[in-house]
Design a protein around this ligand. Structure first.
Ligand SMILES: C[S@@+](CC[C@H](N)C(=O)[O-])C[C@H]1O[C@@H](n2cnc3c(N)ncnc32)[C@H](O)[C@@H]1O
Length: 173
């Protein structure tokens, strides 16, 4: 993060993850915030403006599905960090959730643009049927990525009830 030049929050939601990233970004970093919901983009923009981040670094908001955004809008060929926080918008319409076919398509589009040693983090929420399905689809996809090209790993709490969130990480070698 210290030297990252291009960072993408692929599900910016209410902007909390984006703010965390912005606060740690260097002044020459280009930060993207993507969300499929206009409401989320506006919440994120307002949060970042309130914390004076939009004057400090370059932030591009993309109201789009992340698979489309990676294919068409993000031109940088060397992305250092991509963050996915899956599921639905807290305080929003819970029927609008990330879907594994979009998530996997977005990762497929993003991988060629990931820098060497660049990282993708994906937080999943297996506590709902939809979230569990998304996690399983994602894990199947990530398990098949070539080990000579990517280091993939999985963080999973093992002593907590109610299927807590888990994290996947992809690092380009
Ligand atoms: C758990 S929330 C993200 C939380 C956010 N990072 C924050 O700090 O507040 C998941 C977000 O994914 C968004 N989303 C769902 N499907 C999407 C898609 N295909 N492309 C981009 N965003 C999507 C939802 O609108 C929702 O805002």
């Amino acid at each position: 993060m210290v030297e990252a030049k291009t960072v993408v929050d692929a599900t910016c939601g209410n902007g909390y993850d984006l703010l965390y990233l912005a606060e740690r970004a260097q002044p020459d970093c280009h930060l993207y915030g993507i969300d499929i919901q206009e409401q989320a983009i506006e919440s994120s923009r307002a949060l970042l403006e309130t914390h004076d981040m939009t004057n400090r670094i370059m932030i591009t908001f993309l109201h789009s599905s992340h698979d489309v955004a990676f294919k068409k809008d993000i031109k940088e060929a060397s992305i250092d960090l991509i963050v996915f926080n899956l599921g639905y918008l807290p305080g929003g319409d819970h029927r609008i959730m990330t879907k594994s076919h979009h998530t996997i398509a977005a990762i497929e589009q993003a991988l060629p643009k990931l820098a060497k040693d660049g990282i993708i983090t994906i937080a999943v929420y297996p506590g709902t049927d939809e979230g569990l399905q998304e996690k399983e689809d994602l894990e199947s996809y990530l398990c098949e990525l070539n080990q000579k090209e990517y280091n993939n790993c999985h963080w999973k709490p093992i002593n907590q009830i109610n299927n807590p969130p888990e994290l996947y990480m992809v690092q380009k070698r």
